[in-house]
Design a protein around this ligand. Structure first.
Ligand code: NAP
Length: 245
């Protein structure tokens, strides 16, 4: 337990990396808010498991691409817990296609959720996070790798990296850090769905540790950045990928 009075809002925490982050921050003593878009069952089960383990958790539905829903999300958290100290902008989607074959829906959905969704929560956090707070955004190591078919997805995440550095400066004087984590291939539905076992094996071996990341690997990085040991890291992008790039 590090900080039993602090409140952490994790977007997209019903599944995958976000769920691991919520579990980890709850174990570290934060009161956690498990935001989700549609997966109410898994979100409720996760909150129940955290409470059973002695933690504090609240579920809150909001589609981060909807600016008004995000404002209501922050209202809900403040009403329940009195304020917000940590925002983890984990919610995201990935749709792959060569740029020349990218349909409007593929482009719009990723810009709406990955980029505008992050902007919506950052805008609220800039106004409402308590002094001394922490913000962690989510990018991807593909911003560095520049793999074919990842163009639109990686572009939304490159924009998130830019927002990270600029917001860190705009929050001068409030002792709030803003960083981004950029995972490599991590064993969640977002990465695994639609890939053959051969392709998964190939991507897993691209890093010298020769395995996929686990959601818990990434949650540990987030726990470091939001905890007391991460307080001097600000405006940075931390690639967590086993050495892939
Ligand atoms: P995931 O397993 O597909 O989970 C995505 C989560 O985001 C779910 O909880 C989902 O909620 C939520 N979400 C999706 N759209 C949303 C919206 N409009 N509003 C609110 N929540 C929404 O994905 P993941 O692999 O854990 O990815 C988490 C983050 O890591 C993403 O930003 C992703 O880009 C990034 N990342 C992942 C990898 C990887 O290899 N897995 C690598 C690099 C970066 P519902 O279940 O309710 O839809």
């Amino acid at each position: 337990m590090t900080d039993s009075n602090k409140v952490a809002l994790v977007t997209g925490a019903s599944r995958g990396i976000g769920a691991a982050i919520a579990r980890r921050l709850a174990a570290d003593g934060y009161s956690v808010v498990i935001n989700y878009a549609g997966s109410v069952g898994p979100a409720e089960e996760l909150a129940a498991a955290i409470e059973m383990a002695g933690g504090r958790a609240l579920t809150a539905q909001a589609d981060v691409s909807d600016a008004r829903a995000v404002t209501r999300l922050f209202d809900t958290v403040e009403a329940a817990f009195g304020g917000i100290d940590v925002l983890v902008n984990n919610a995201g989607i990935m749709k792959l296609a060569p740029i020349g074959q990218s349909e409007d829906a593929l482009i719009d959905s990723q810009i709406d959720i990955n980029l505008k969704g992050t902007i919506h929560t950052l805008r609220e956090a800039a106004k409402r996070l308590r002094d001394g707070g922490r913000i962690v955004n989510f990018s991807t190591s593909v911003v560095g790798l520049k793999l074919e078919t990842y163009g639109i997805y990686a572009a939304t995440k490159a924009a998130v990296e830019t927002l990270t550095g600029i917001l860190a400066k705009e929050l001068r004087g409030r002792s709030i850090t803003v960083n981004a984590v950029a995972p490599g291939p991590t064993a969640t539905a977002l990465f695994l769905d639609g890939k053959t076992p051969e392709l998964v094996g190939h991507l897993a071996k691209m890093n010298p540790l020769e395995r996929l990341g686990s959601p818990e690997d990434i949650a540990a990085v987030v726990a470091f950045l939001v905890g007391p040991d991460g307080g001097w890291v600000n405006g940075q992008v931390l690639r967590a990928n086993g050495g892939m790039i």
